[in-house]
Design a protein around this ligand. Structure first.
Ligand code: UDP
Length: 239
């Protein structure tokens, strides 16, 4: 195993990241590239758990805005994350990375149910574990799932892979020229300043459990490996 900064990581990939420039659904070449990046890190001997989002297919809030009951709309979102997880599993296994998908809502024909100790055992055996279905509860997000699972499996860090943005900024850098990038932040600063990193439930869970976070750009090839090896890219969030 390489001398890495982290031994066990939770990688959070938003659904959007799987859609590439299409903005919707799963783009096979994009997910293939992401799988290759994950393989590079896996080859270093680092234990990787992945939490995938579902926003490329469905968001509960959007369903609610269109008149659906929120909880029902959220369950559709949770199922969307399962589709993404299966696609990612397929791409990882195609390039020789052993994986297991665990779902927070049981669907035994297609994946294992989430069992914390079993997930840890898979990681110890060198399998990439993909957590699907979010927390299994409506009104939560997959960012909160990442914080929750990271705490449960004692991960060293959450790697928050973002789409085309290389860290946390004071304002949206795509629309505001004066936006400046933060190198370091605390979870409390994110909450107090209302920065768009993760929702407050996820931030407070990370804060209460002392889980560091690195926010970085997934679209730059090699970045997951750089972060894991301790290169100072992106924004680090602690305490
Ligand atoms: N979701 C949920 N509970 C969870 C995680 C996700 O209800 O614990 C639903 C929610 O409707 C959300 C959707 O699943 O909008 C997709 O997840 P998320 O928005 O976190 O995905 P991402 O933005 O990372 O693609």
């Amino acid at each position: 195993m390489v001398d890495s900064k982290y031994k066990r990581v939770v990688l959070k990939i938003s659904g959007e990241a799987l859609a590439g420039d299409e903005g919707f659904g799963i783009k096979p070449p994009t997910i293939h590239e992401i799988a290759k990046e994950i393989k590079e890190v896996h080859d270093l001997g680092i234990e990787i758990a992945i939490v995938v989002g579902g926003g490329n297919i469905w968001r509960g809030q959007v369903g609610e805005q269109m008149g659906m009951e929120r909880a029902q709309a959220d369950y559709i979102g949770m199922l969307a994350t399962v589709m993404n997880a299966l696609a990612l599993q397929d791409n990882l296994e195609n390039i020789g990375v052993p994986t297991r998908v665990q779902t927070s809502i049981e669907m035994r024909q297609i994946a294992e149910p989430y069992i914390r100790r079993k997930a840890e055992r898979h990681l110890e055996k060198g399998r990439v574990v993909i957590f699907a279905g979010g927390t299994g509860n409506p009104y939560f997000s997959t960012d909160t799932t990442a914080a929750l699972r990271a705490a449960e499996i004692s991960a060293d860090v959450i790697l928050m892979a973002k789409n085309n943005v290389d860290g946390v900024y004071s304002a949206d850098p795509k629309t505001n020229e004066t936006a400046t990038k933060f190198e370091q932040l605390t979870h409390l600063e994110i909450i107090n300043k209302g920065l768009q990193v993760m929702d407050t439930t996820a931030s407070s869970l990370s804060m209460d459990n002392d889980i560091p976070l690195v926010v970085f750009n997934l679209n730059q090839p090699g970045n997951i490996k750089r972060v894991v090896l301790g290169e100072n890219i992106g924004t680090t969030v602690r305490g």
